[in-house]
Each structure stands twice: as structure tokens, then as C-alpha cells.
Design a binder for this molecule. Structure first.
Ligand SMILES: Cc1cc2nc3c(=O)[nH]c(=O)nc-3n(C[C@H](O)[C@H](O)[C@H](O)COP(=O)(O)OP(=O)(O)OC[C@H]3O[C@@H](n4cnc5c(N)ncnc54)[C@H](O)[C@@H]3O)c2cc1C
Length: 355
């Protein structure tokens, strides 16, 4: 418990000292020292393989302390979960034991198979199968921490439409890590594109496929997964704590803070119940819709309560509002995005967004 509190304190301290512009190396080291990097690795490869409910509760707690660090952790764990669910024993043995500490960093670049560039006529990354390797050509649009990664779990599409997932060692010839983007928030995640110029990935690095819709197979977060909601809930919690603290000396804020606190507990409780029980009536999508709505409203309430002072760069409120916007675009399935647009436009399911 004390270790846990000390870890959260270290994440908060990094966040306050460095803001969100810098890669949080110290925080990742703190996660490694606290064994958090082993959470999702199966026991036979040196990990802890914690239960999903414990994992999601951990993400809520960590993201309240530092969204930047926790977001990077989830991308790392997304890669680990894809590796761990592979039938290819050699790819697991090569990477999973090394990923138990911060000496090796893995990340994912899979959005072009799910949410990004879906309207393009030609898939962003093409794969050509050869006897002993697969040749990749194209651009992976979004890869968090690409420049820090030893391996990127990414995907590609064959001419016949089948897809595959590979563990892409970043030191292979033809892997070109492009400069990371300047973002509305979380620039320190060092997220940017990776170009693949005829990269020959050994067949031993294939995680899954070639099959139709490879992302529907195996485990590993997935678009709008419970993990994405856990981060939104953790970020909302930070705003709610602020409102509660302000409400101690500002009576008018009391009912607002109390209402948000109740909603926060309800969403958090339903999220953890869903992670624990197959009987849950909630879907990942409905939880993400609620978590997104909450994080956007709670952070704006935080800014409104902080008034002009909160609008000044460096105040926790301005940062919280910018960071909340991330949930509108990150791993956001179409129905969740649609629900957000309906909420913004104040239209219900019966009204047409186009009409
Ligand atoms: C900070 C950050 C970190 C991320 N990290 C990762 C990561 O580590 N790994 C990962 O896999 N993904 C990551 N993502 C990707 C994320 O999950 C989404 O896939 C991404 O935000 C989708 O946005 P896009 O601009 O690529 O979408 P697109 O759908 O490609 O939209 C881009 C543009 O295309 C146009 N457009 C969109 N739809 C249509 C249409 N139907 N018809 C015509 N034009 C259209 C619009 O002008 C739009 O602005 C990250 C995203 C962000 C913002």
C-alpha cells in the first residue's frame, strides 16, 4: 500500500515538474520498480498476469496521478497483450521476458486496421508474403513512443485483403521513425508516424494471420476497450477531486461537486463490475460513451470553477481540459463518436444528424 502511494506520488511529482511536453522516463522507471510493467505479462514469461478488474482499477488510479504516463503504459500493454495471445511461441519467448522491466519498450501501431484511414481506397500498410519473411510497405499513422521502442506491434494487409500482425523490431532496415507530432495535449507521448520502406520482417515475428480481420482475433485492448474508459474515468477523477476541494470553501460548488462525485463512482463501479463479471449488463461501448461524457463535462466544470486563473497556461484546469479532448479522438469507436456528436448537437437517436 505504501509502495502504491509512493508510486502515485512520484507520478504526480513528474507531472507537476515536467508538464506533459516531455517523455516521462522517470515515471516509467518508477512503474518498473513497482513491478507495474509486469502486470499484463503471463506468469510463464516472468509476469504477474493480474486479473482484468485489478488492471482496470490500477489504470484508473494511475491515470488520476498522470494521464501521460498511464496512456503510454496502456500502449505498451496493448502490444504485450497481442504478443501474449499469439500462437507463435518463438515471438513470445523473444519479447515477453524482456518486457518485464523498462529495459525494453514495446508499443502498438494498429489504428490503420481499425479507426484510422478507413476511408482510404488502398490500405496504409501493404504486406507481401515471402517464404521466410513478410515485406511491409507504407505508413503506420500513429505510434506512441515510436522513437523509444525496441519493437512495434503493427499490422498490414495483403493484396487478397487478409491481414496480419507482426512484432516489428525497430532496428530492421527500412523502418523510418518520423518526428513526433505537436499535439493539443500529451505531446510528451512522442506519438507520430512510422514509415516502412520495404521492410523484411522475419516470418518468426508474425503474431497472427494472415487472416481476414486480424484485429477481431486474440486479445489486446481493442478500440474503445474498458482500458480506454478506465483512463477517462481516472482523468475525470482528478477534476472531481479539484471540485470537491474547492467546494470545501465555496458553498455554491457543493451540489455540483457532489453530483459529479456520484456519477464518477457510478461509472467507475460499473466499469470495474464489467471487468469482473461476464453477467454485466454494460458493454465496453456504453461505458466509453459515459466515461467520455463525464470526463469532458467534469474537466470543463473544473475550468469554470477555477475561473480566469484556470485559463492561464500551467494551471491544472487548462491542462485537464486539453487532455480531456484526447478521449474524443483516441481509440474511439464510431458509435461512441456518434453519441458524443449527438450530445454536442443536442439531438437524440430519433433526430437525424444530417437532416
Ligand atoms: C495522441 C494520440 C495517440 C495515439 N496513439 C496511438 C497508438 O499508439 N497506436 C495506435 O494504433 N493508434 C494511436 N492513435 C490513433 C487513434 O486511436 C485513432 O485511430 C486516430 O485518432 C484516428 O484519427 P485519424 O485522423 O487517423 O482518422 P481518419 O479517419 O484517418 O481521419 C483523418 C481525416 O480524414 C478525413 N476523413 C475521415 N473520415 C472520412 C470519411 N469517411 N470520408 C472522407 N474523409 C474522411 C477527415 O478530414 C479527417 O480529419 C493515437 C491518436 C492520438 C490522437
Amino acid at each position: 500500500m505504501t509502495d502504491r502511494l509512493a508510486l502515485l506520488e512520484r507520478l504526480r511529482a513528474f507531472r507537476e515538474r515536467h508538464g506533459e511536453e516531455h517523455w516521462p522516463q522517470e515515471s516509467l522507471e518508477a512503474l518498473s520498480n513497482a513491478d507495474v510493467l509486469r502486470w499484463t505479462i503471463p506468469r510463464e514469461y516472468g509476469g504477474l498476469a493480474i486479473e482484468d478488474a485489478e488492471l482496470q482499477a490500477g489504470y484508473v488510479e494511475l491515470s488520476e496521478a498522470c494521464l501521460l504516463t498511464t496512456f503510454i503504459l496502456t500502449q505498451r500493454n496493448g502490444a504485450i497483450q497481442r504478443l501474449a495471445s499469439s500462437d507463435n511461441e518463438s515471438v513470445k519467448l523473444r519479447w515477453l521476458p524482456r518486457l518485464c522491466t523498462d529495459e525494453c519498450f514495446a508499443t502498438v501501431g494498429i489504428s490503420h486496421l481499425t479507426t484510422s484511414r478507413q476511408h482510404w481506397r488502398r490500405p496504409p500498410v501493404m504486406a507481401e508474403l515471402r517464404e521466410d519473411c513478410v515485406v511491409l510497405q507504407g505508413e503506420v499513422p500513429w505510434v506512441t513512443g515510436a522513437a523509444h521502442a525496441d519493437v512495434i506491434v503493427t499490422g498490414a494487409t495483403c493484396d487478397d485483403g487478409r491481414q496480419l500482425l507482426v512484432a516489428l523490431p525497430t532496428n530492421l532496415p527500412g523502418v523510418e521513425i518520423r518526428p513526433h507530432a505537436e499535439l493539443l495535449a500529451l505531446t510528451g507521448s512522442h506519438t507520430g508516424p512510422v514509415r516502412l520502406n520495404d521492410v523484411r520482417v522475419p516470418a518468426t515475428e508474425i503474431i497472427a494471420g494472415p487472416v481476414e480481420r486480424v484485429m477481431q482475433r486474440g486479445k489486446g485492448g481493442g478500440t474503445g476497450s474498458l482500458t480506454t474508459s478506465a483512463l477517462a474515468v481516472g482523468h475525470a477523477a482528478q477534476a472531481v477531486r479539484y471540485l470537491q476541494a474547492e467546494a470545501e470553501r465555496r458553498e455554491d460548488l457543493r451540489p455540483i461537486a457532489e453530483t459529479f462525485a456520484r456519477e464518477l463512482e457510478a461509472v467507475r463501479g460499473d466499469l470495474l463490475f464489467t471487468a469482473r463479471s461476464e453477467q454485466s449488463p454494460y458493454t465496453a461501448e456504453s461505458l466509453r460513451t459515459r466515461a467520455n461524457s463525464l470526463v469532458l463535462r467534469a474537466t470543463q466544470a473544473m475550468l469554470a470553477a477555477a475561473k480566469g486563473a484556470g485559463f492561464v497556461k500551467g494551471h491544472p484546469a487548462e491542462r485537464a481540459v486539453r487532455e480531456a479532448m484526447f478521449f474524443l479522438v483516441w481509440s474511439c469507436p464510431q458509435p461512441v463518436l456518434h453519441a458524443a456528436l449527438q450530445e454536442f448537437a443536442c439531438v437524440g437517436d430519433d433526430d437525424s444528424l444530417l437532416g
